[in-house]
Each structure stands twice: as C-alpha cells, then as structure tokens.
Design a protein around this ligand. Sequence first.
Ligand code: HEM
Length: 327
Amino acid sequence: MALAMVELRLCLHGATSAMPSGRRGRSCLCQSSHSPSRVGRTARIHCRKTSSDFCSEVKPTSRFLGSISGLGFRDLREDGPTTTASAAADGGVFVVRAVLDSAAPEKPKPKQRYPGESKGFVEEMRFVAMKLHTKDQAKEGGKEADVQPVAKWEPTITGYIRFLVDSKKVYDTMESIVAKATHPSYELFRDTGLERSERLAKDLEWFESQGHTIPEPGPAGTSYADFLTELSEKNVPAFICHFYNVYFAHSAGGRFIGKRVAEMILDGRELEFYKWDGELPELLAAVKSNLNKVAEGWTREEKNLCLEETESSFKYSGKILRTIISQ
Ligand code: HEM
C-alpha cells in the first residue's frame, strides 16, 4: 500500500486544494479568484492509495470545523482532531470543498452515564453511599477497613441511650420538616411508615422505667438537626439526600448495629426503633419510588448536588453512631 503525501490547503474562501507530495501547490484550486497570500491554513493529509481510491486522514493544525463535502468524498468521519474520508483520485489531484464555519454547531459530547442511573436516581444515591462505607461495614464498601470496626465496639448503656436521644432529635426534625413541607416535594414523604420518632420515644420511656436517666440531646444530634432545618429551606436536593440516607441506613446497617448492641448489653431485647408496622421492604420500595419521582424533575446539576451531599450525611450520622461507644 503506497503512502502519498498531499498538501491540503484551506483557503479563506473555504475552498481547499490538495496536491500530491512533491508538487507543493501554491494556489488554491477553487474557482474563486484570490491571491495566494490569502490562502489560509494548511494541513497535511496522508493519503493511502488503495486501488483508485484515496483514503485520507486529515490532521488539521488548527481545529477543523464544519464539514467537507466534495467531489467523490465519502465515508467522512470526524474522530477527535482527526477527520478521515475517502476520495476518488482524479488524475493524482483531488479537490475538495471545505466549509470552514466557526459558527458550526459543536458535535454533542457523548452523554456521561452515572452508576445506577438506568435504574433510577435512588440507585445512584445508593451507589455513592455504598462507596463511602468501609470494607468491614459492607461488601460494596469503597474505603479501607475502620480502625475500630463495629465488631470490636464495646457499647455502654449510657452511650447507647445518648445515641437514641440524638437519633430522636434527628428523626423529630426530619419528621417535622416533611410535616410542614416548606417545599411541595416534601409532602410525598409524610406518613411513609418509616418514621422513627414515636418509637424512639417509647424506647426512651422504657429505659427511664428501668431507672436510667435520659439526657438532653448532645452536640452530635443538635448540630445535625440544626443543619437539616436550614438545609431543608434552602437546598431541596441536598436535603433529600439526607432524608434518603438517614432512613435507608437505619433499615440496613442500623438494624445490624442495633441487633449487636442488644445482644451485648440488653439481653437481646429488640427495641421499638427496629420495628416497623407492615413489611419493611414494601415501605422502602414506596419511598424509593417517590424519591425517584421527585428526582425526575431535577436537572443533572441538582442530581449531582444531591449525590455530593452523601459525604456530609455520613459525617453527621457517623458522629451520632459513635456516641454508642462513648462513656
Ligand atoms: C458502622 C456503620 C455502618 C455499617 C456497619 C453499615 C452497613 C451497611 C450494610 C451491611 C448495608 C447493606 C448493604 C447491602 O445492601 O448489601 C448498608 C447499606 C446502606 N448504608 Fe450503611 N452502614 C453503616 C453506616 C452508614 C451510614 C453512616 C450511612 C449514611 C448516613 C449509611 C448509609 C447506607 C445506605 C444508604 C445503604 C443502602 C440501603 C439500601 O440499599 O436500602 N450507612 N450499610
């Protein structure tokens, strides 16, 4: 296969001339009259001669905008900075017309796909959340194992009560935010069956009946509650991220932690916090469907804003979880 070098000249008129190697054409072969000094950008093209065809690979020195429509050119393809086309040879010289149009529309970028996107937005949130788990917390965890994994936690009753009090502060806040519904999309998350506030109240009553003192919410609970109240008014997608993580984390890892703690310090007593009316998978599925519905109305930027909030959700909830092992 012979390789022939040709000079591709793009003139200011938008015409192009191509000459076989060695015959460096100075003038433009387009029919318009203009002086050689006005001959514009040049680019080298490598022509691979196959039978009577030229297959040319055009590597413009500057961006090659627009389209080439020309005599015998076919299979025109643009792939990044390279434009390839095949052309019929015409006595060793071929002429193409290049439309240099700086206003030509940009080729649309291929749409970026987000993990889980095809299954709905909740799956996207779940993917981000799972990556923030440590490998010892969950199989899908993307972070190195915790220095103090749950398996090595030594919970105390005082610490566990603090955890329940702080959790109640957060659930009270979440549930009053959706009850007030300062934003219409929050209405969908009222009476989901996932509410935890009343059940936590019952658990704390039980601890009190056992002679334990119930403290006021601590900084882990109040700082998260204040943060959520503010966020719910000014940033709906970010608030929804916290809503998803708070309720879904409790139904997954939260239950696992609760069971372990109960075995260690409560003689296996199952607290109300870990019970739901009805089938939990069904309650979760209904909430998932509404979360997906709300996110359908969001722009990609709003969705990303929501996903980026996951880290903050882990930070706040992580602090509350750690009160379990406080003294
Ligand atoms: C010691 C702490 C934690 C442990 C042991 C833990 C463990 C787990 C496990 C085992 C799963 C289930 C994975 C699966 O579906 O196969 C899970 C799911 C999940 N966790 Fe955690 N987790 C912890 C903390 C957190 C925190 C702090 C958050 C966020 C606030 C969180 C958010 C989630 C979410 C959103 C899911 C997905 C639930 C679903 O698919 O329905 N987790 N976690």
